[in-house]
Design a binder for this molecule. Structure first.
Ligand code: SF4
Length: 665
């Protein structure tokens, strides 16, 4: 059981209050709580291509990057950073550069004399990965720490002498065998991995440091950053600024959802001083996503501050460093051990024809006269004050407003949604198995709490009304825990007519922030007021896939193949975007299978974290294929690599042919 001080990781869980940090100087740029949250990214071009790197850096700066990171896999690339830097300065760009280092202290020591900041990975700076579990005694562990000190000290001294900043950047997927042996593959292991290096820096009075705790799993990433803050405080180390990022987030919608779930959640808690969104897309697409998340956190939180129903809270009632789903009883297929459900809101759309259900993954095939469903088939539809004029596919249930439901002849096949007032009415009629009640934070009065608790067939729809929906839903969660309510809870919010990409970012933070804490038995997103039906159906399609994407990123419901693809960098040995698209095309029907697509052998296998299969570049046109962490095919020509990957999946009995839904979009 954690004490209140052990649970505290931010100033406030409900008001916007940025964590006070040290200020770090990176060239002419300052980073820390006295300054705006900085946006950064990383080049993808070969570091030896000086002009290519310069031009890509300029495109990134123009898209909003305030720091640019460039990989330096060996001394040769570290040396070429000088040419890149000189050319940039000649062209009038003074943006600080960061050298990205893995495994090569000699490259780090050179780069630290040239660029303004060096990033090291504590998992591989002084250790080679052998995937061994070693049983350390206290004494042998100390010997290891001494070995690290010797290896790391020269870099610290150079950084001090040259005024170079450093990021100690832990990655969940590349923890050293030493850390894994002692702490396991856990947020605590990630934190300790950084602290081992940080203590050496502090002993040397070197404080120009930023720390990161990245993972491709937003749940783990959020827990690790929180724990880091708490441990810094507990050990009386300095409050170093935080660099936020979700690694190998992937591309498109999935990448944006994962990034905003991890980064957005922490930003809303006032944590984070610089942000890097990593997408498997050109790096100039990353900065605008980072900027949107930064703006949202401060702007929306200000609105929460003024909401009198949001109970001020500094310490979480749950353990904020580990996942445990809130305990509920089961109502129909909601709550208990059921996966969270997706409810599609049709209350603003006139459902007239079968095709109107296509955006939510249900397809009518007239010839066999059958319904088919894809992996993103919604579980329920809410039709408001009207009813759907045809028979719904099996398994898709309709929810309607209570006043309309009451007037139906068949009360069993449709489900009622009550207002709080209607639910209090002693003369109300109830559905035998499931009744929905829409509840706002202001409705959680003692009388309502007592009333709802006695209904074992009621599901609460927690409706967020504040722009800072994550805070409101979190406050709702805390109240539900306080009153020991065990009814399942659906998370709900209506969004304004914001752009689709902002919607994806905001919804992923709003819902994801509480889902990763174990709260939420479903999602229901209301549509904005749009002009015409086509626009509404189009938006509904985005809402539906975003809802499933959020549940998947929060690891609460796997409905599609998971791709853990690296953002690519100067080490990448193939066209990552093209290859990811090709692998996706052949495998995206394999629900729940996790495939890592990594540009290089140096970091790839480590960074794939918990992928089931790995596709890793090892040389020009040469690919290694992995099952978990074990290499199964050492060197396959790129032309056959996807077929060979599929063979591997087939050997494991996890392959099935893709069904073609002719009517599917
Ligand atoms: S895994 Fe990808 S991003 Fe990471 S170092 Fe290798 S190529 Fe670069």
């Amino acid at each position: 059981m954690l004490s209140a001080s052990q649970k505290k990781y931010c100033n406030s869980l409900t008001e916007y209050s940025r964590r006070i940090t040290n200020q770090v100087k990176i060239g002419d740029l300052y980073l820390g709580s006295d300054y705006p949250i900085r946006v950064q990214s990383m080049t993808t071009i070969d570091t030896m291509d000086t002009i290519g790197s310069v031009e890509q850096t300029i495109r990134m700066i123009e898209s909003g990057c305030e720091l640019v990171r460039i990989t330096a896999p060996s001394v040769k690339e570290a040396q070429n950073l000088e040419n890149i830097k000189n050319e940039l300065r000649k062209r009038g760009y003074n943006t600080p550069l960061v050298a990205d280092i893995h495994f090569t202290p000699n490259a780090a020591e050179l780069a630290a004399r040239i660029v303004e900041k060096v990033r090291i990975n504590p998992g591989n700076y002084a250790d080679k990965k052998r995937f061994e579990v070693i049983d350390y005694t206290e004494e042998s562990y100390q010997v290891e720490l001494e070995r690290i000190r010797e290896r790391f000290l020269p870099l610290v001294k150079i950084c001090k002498e040259y005024g170079t900043a450093m990021r100690i950047g832990t990655n969940h997927g590349s923890l050293s065998d030493r850390i894994l042996s002692r702490y396991g593959d856990t947020p605590l292991g990630m934190v300790e991995s950084a602290l081992e290096f940080l203590r050496i820096c502090e002993d040397e009075n070197y404080f120009n440091i930023v720390i990161s705790m990245k993972s491709s799993n937003p749940q783990v990433m959020v827990q690790a950053y929180r724990l880091l803050v708490q441990r810094l405080e507990e050990e009386k180390l300095k409050p170093y600024p935080l660099h936020l990022g979700v690694t190998e987030a992937g591309e498109g919608e999935d990448g944006r959802i994962k990034s905003s779930m991890g980064i957005g959640t922490l930003l809303e808690d006032g944590l984070g001083d610089t942000v890097r969104v990593s997408l498997t897309e050109d790096p100039e697409f990353e900065a605008p996503v980072a900027r949107s998340l930064i703006t949202k956190s401060a702007d929306f939180r200000a609105k929460a501050d003024a909401d009198k129903f949001i109970q001020r809270s500094e310490v979480s009632p749950i353990n904020p460093y580990s996942y445990s789903r809130r305990e509920t009883f089961e109502v129909g297929n909601f709550g208990a051990l059921n996966v969270p459900r997706v409810i599609a809101d049709y209350s603003k759309i006139d459902v007239e024809a079968h095709d109107d259900l296509k955006p939510i993954g249900h397809f009518y095939l007239p010839l066999p006269d059958k319904w088919r469903m894809n992996d993103l088939g919604a579980d329920y539809i809410y039709s408001g004050k009207k009813t759907v004029p045809f028979m719904l596919p099996n398994g898709l249930k309709e929810i309607i407003d209570y006043e309309v439901w009451q007037a139906q002849s068949d009360l069993q096949n449709k489900l009622p949604l009550f207002t709080v007032e209607e639910f209090f009415n002693p003369a109300k009629q109830l559905h035998q198995t499931i009744n929905f009640v829409e509840v706002g934070l202001d409705d959680l009065t003692p009388a309502f709490v007592e009333h709802i608790k006695s209904y074992k067939n009621a599901v609460i729809i927690a409706k967020a009304k504040n722009a800072a929906a994550m805070v409101e839903l979190r406050s709702f969660y805390f109240q539900i825990l306080k009153f020991s309510i065990k009814n399942p809870v659906i998370l709900s919010k209506d969004y304004e007519a914001i752009s689709e990409s902002d919607f994806q970012l905001f919804a992923a933070t709003d819902f994801g922030g509480v889902l990763i804490e174990g709260f939420g038995d479903g999602i229901m997103v209301g549509l904005p007021n749009l002009e015409n039906k086509e626009e509404k159906l189009e938006r509904l399609k985005t809402v539906n896939s975003t809802s499933f994407g959020i549940l998947q990123a929060a690891r609460t419901r796997m409905s599609k193949t998971e791709y853990i693809s690296c953002p690519s960098c100067g080490r990448t040995l193939f066209d990552l975007q093209e290859t990811t698209a090709m692998i996706r095309k052949r495998t995206d029907h394999l629900k729940g299978v996790k495939i890592g697509i990594m540009g290089c052998i140096v970091n790839g296998p480590g960074e794939m974290a918990d992928a089931d299969y790995g596709y890793v570049g090892i040389g020009k046109d040469k690919i290694a294929l992995y099952r978990g962490q074990t290499v199964m095919k050492k060197s396959v020509h790129a032309d056959n690599a996807v077929d060979e990957l599929i063979e591997l999946i087939k050997e494991d009995g996890r392959w099935f042919e893709q069904e073609v839904l002719e009517y599917a979009e």
